[in-house]
Ligand binder design. Structure first.
Ligand code: DXP
Ligand SMILES: NCC(=O)COP(=O)(O)O
Length: 255
């Protein structure tokens, strides 16, 4: 069955809009766990617009489910511009310190609004390989954020990744507009097969939601994990967080 990893970025985004701890990130992680979430995902960015280094440290100390930290492996340290907020230590130093079960490497620029592309391993593979080896040596499973391009996925295995995370924005957009959605889903199926043939596990994420999740999972039954945050948080405004986690588990054919 496909694991649901709840991304808490948007809980932290609301928290950061005031100088308080409310909503409390670890408390909402526990709410998700109590409701049946299989994992927790965060994406600390250098500007700490939502998830902060301190959130990662607190979550690492309390989680009883898989912890997945996503981010740009080449993101360096950055001083905090907000009183009482720790500096961002750099992505890899934060991962080394917190030792999550999984680290998903994402080729984000620091100023991007959100993650919007996968790695080009023909360009980045050589400098990623030693980082991947180091993280695996620390006992951390490594996943690479990838576009659904079969040739690239074969390279992911060559650089030592354990898994890839299919960047699903193009599927979500096609599903929402109805444009070419069957063909787009076929491209994701082909990409998943290329990853599986290369011995990689397959995760997926970005813009997945209650409506588009069942079709995606039916097309890729080998899917090991989906990480979902934006749509799930919006649904929680309507349904409540616990009920929303149950709803997503039902959409995954569980619960
Ligand atoms: C990599 C990816 O698609 C998401 O995990 C990412 O966490 C979204 O980041 P924002 O929540 O900052 O949009
Ligand atoms: N890796 C995807 C993720 O963690 C959350 O993406 P989204 O659901 O916020 O788009």
């Amino acid at each position: 069955m496909t694991a649901l990893s709840v991304n808490l970025n948007k809980i932290a985004l609301i928290r950061n809009s005031r100088d308080t701890r409310s909503p409390d990130v670890p408390g909402h992680a526990q709410l998700c766990i109590d409701a049946g979430a299989d994992g927790i995902t965060v994406h600390p960015r250098p500007d700490q617009r939502h998830i902060r280094a301190s959130d990662c440290r607190e979550l690492a100390a309390m989680l009883t489910v898989e912890f997945n930290i996503e981010g740009n492996p080449f993101a360096g340290p950055r001083r905090s511009d907000r009183a009482g907020v720790d500096d961002y230590p750099g992505f890899l130093p934060l991962v080394r310190e917190t030792r999550p079960a999984q680290c998903t490497l994402v080729p984000d620029g620091d100023a991007q609004l959100t993650s919007d592309h996968g790695f080009d391993l023909t360009r980045d593979g050589e400098r990623l390989a030693p980082l991947i080896a180091e993280l695996k040596g620390l006992g951390i499973r490594v996943s690479l954020f990838m576009d659904p391009e079969p040739a690239q996925l074969a390279l992911a295995a060559e650089v030592g990744a354990d898994r890839i995370e299919l960047y699903t924005e193009s599927y979500a957009r096609a599903f929402a507009t109805g444009d070419d959605s069957a063909a787009v889903l076929g491209r994701f199926r082909a990409a998943a097969e290329a990853a599986l043939d290369a011995g990689l596990g397959v995760n997926a994420g970005h813009d997945l939601n209650l409506e588009n999740l069942p079709s995606f999972c039916a097309a890729i039954p080998e899917l090991l994990e989906v990480s979902i945050g934006h749509a799930l948080t919006v649904d929680a405004l309507r349904l409540g967080l616990a009920e929303t986690v149950h709803a997503y588990q039902r959409a995954l054919g569980k619960d």
